[in-house]
Write a protein that binds this ligand. Structure first.
Ligand SMILES: [Zn+2]
Length: 410
């Protein structure tokens, strides 16, 4: 007979908190957590009374739901910015890459990112880490895994996707992948040519082929996240009815309206492009290319603001693992881009908490009684000090995790 877990009682008393949608800043609040689940959220400071009854009591200025990074590649290491080092990383054997993926998930959790959506990896290490992260006390961020994506032969995306050909091959590939993948990754376009300041190649899939991917995924109960930038690819993505557009550079207002009407989410992933703009020497970009990067980022920010205004669902995703984009740490950088674009802070934080949970189909996407206690304790309110998000005092996921990333029993 399996042993029941020892009941654990934790009270967290904070000055203010964010539930995933709204800030509550009208006085102290006490969260009562039993066996890792929120059982009550009460106004006032009930810490002393609960302490007298043997509860452990933690205090801090601000509590918010565990952060979600909706676009990462765990098996890639974003820290090295030297092309040769990055190429050598990919050539390592699978066990070493698995260790890198684990390290990425560990670092994410230490940064307050309790969940990541892995957007593709050709070895399926995202699935492996997903399993490992399910063990309580793993010290790893939980993983929603897109496994291996689908792409066209001889086109961009070999590090994260398999080739598909005609409609029959698309259907059988997607059906097979859907058995293990939480979502299906579609590599719809290539990447941006920064020297040209544009997406210069044709989309990998036309609307009919992309719709075939979407129909096969939906038939298997899976959503489709589409790697897509440039006007032609965006038109295909919207017409095919994918569930989220990843990157989406060279966005336009008409596409945003269609995305809003079709409840199609957008993960704008500023981080990798921002890094190339901020550190052009890492890639050797010319002043002309740096100018292109700035224009691309400014237009992206303008479209993000527009997306927020008209009600497009926005997900915060960093593309961590890309050059200069480190797991965990990058998420607050991405949120800073959202702030800089002019989004109000509640919308910025919702993009990294309730919006991705709702997109992933969570029954309870906000921090409320009855939900698992997946939360981050801060020393200051992000409304007073945005950088407090970079210094979590405590992170709770399955267990209790210190800010330094060491896991102890809850
Ligand atoms: Zn990606």
């Amino acid at each position: 007979m399996p042993m029941a877990a020892t009941p654990t009682r934790l009270a967290v008393v904070v000055d203010a908190w964010f539930d995933g949608e709204r800030r509550h800043a009208d006085g102290r609040t006490t969260f009562s957590v039993e066996d890792g689940r929120v059982i009550a959220i009460d106004r006032g400071d009930h810490g002393a009374a609960l302490d007298a009854r043997g509860w452990r009591v933690e205090r801090g200025a601000f509590l918010l739901p565990g952060l979600v990074d909706a676009h990462v590649h765990l098996f890639l290491d974003g820290a090295p910015t030297d092309g040769a080092v990055r190429a050598a990383h990919l050539k390592q054997d699978v066990d070493r890459l698995a260790e890198a993926a684990r390290a990425g998930a560990r670092q994410a959790l230490a940064c307050g990112v309790t969940r990541v959506r892995d957007a593709g990896d050709r070895h399926g290490l995202n699935h492996r880490v997903r399993e490992e992260a399910r063990r309580p006390g793993s010290g790893l961020a939980q993983v929603r895994s897109a496994g291996l994506g689908v792409k066209r032969a001889r086109r961009y995306g070999a590090f994260m996707a398999m080739d598909v050909d005609d409609e029959a091959s698309i259907r059988s590939a997607v059906q097979g992948l859907a058995a293990d993948s939480d979502e299906i990754k579609l590599i719809l376009t290539g990447i941006i040519d920064f020297d040209a300041g544009a997406v210069t190649d044709e989309p990998q899939f036309d609307a009919a082929a992309a719709r075939c991917v979407v129909e096969a995924a939906h038939a298997a109960g899976r959503k489709v996240l589409a790697h897509c930038s440039g006007a032609k690819g965006l038109a295909v993505a919207v017409e095919a009815g994918v569930d989220s557009i990843e990157h989406g550079f060279f966005m336009d207002r008409g596409t945003l309206l269609r995305m809003r009407d079709r409840a199609l989410a957008w993960t704008p992933t500023f981080c990798p492009v921002h890094f190339q703009w901020a550190e052009p020497a890492a890639v050797g970009w010319s002043p002309n290319t740096v100018g292109n990067l700035r224009r691309i980022l400014d237009a992206h920010a303008e479209h993000l603001r527009r997306a927020h205004e008209i009600g497009v669902v926005v997900l915060a995703g960093t593309d961590a693992g890309s050059m200069g984009v480190e797991h965990g740490r990058a998420l607050v950088d991405e949120l800073q881009r959202f702030v800089d674009a002019g989004l109000p802070l509640d919308a910025v934080l919702a993009a990294a908490t309730s919006a991705p949970r709702r997109h992933f189909g969570d029954a309870a996407p906000t921090l409320s009684p009855g939900t698992p206690f997946e939360a981050v304790l801060l020393g200051a309110s992000p409304w007073a000090d945005f950088a407090a998000l970079r210094r979590p005092l405590q992170v709770w996921s399955h267990g209790r995790v210190g800010a330094a990333g060491t896991t102890v029993a809850p």
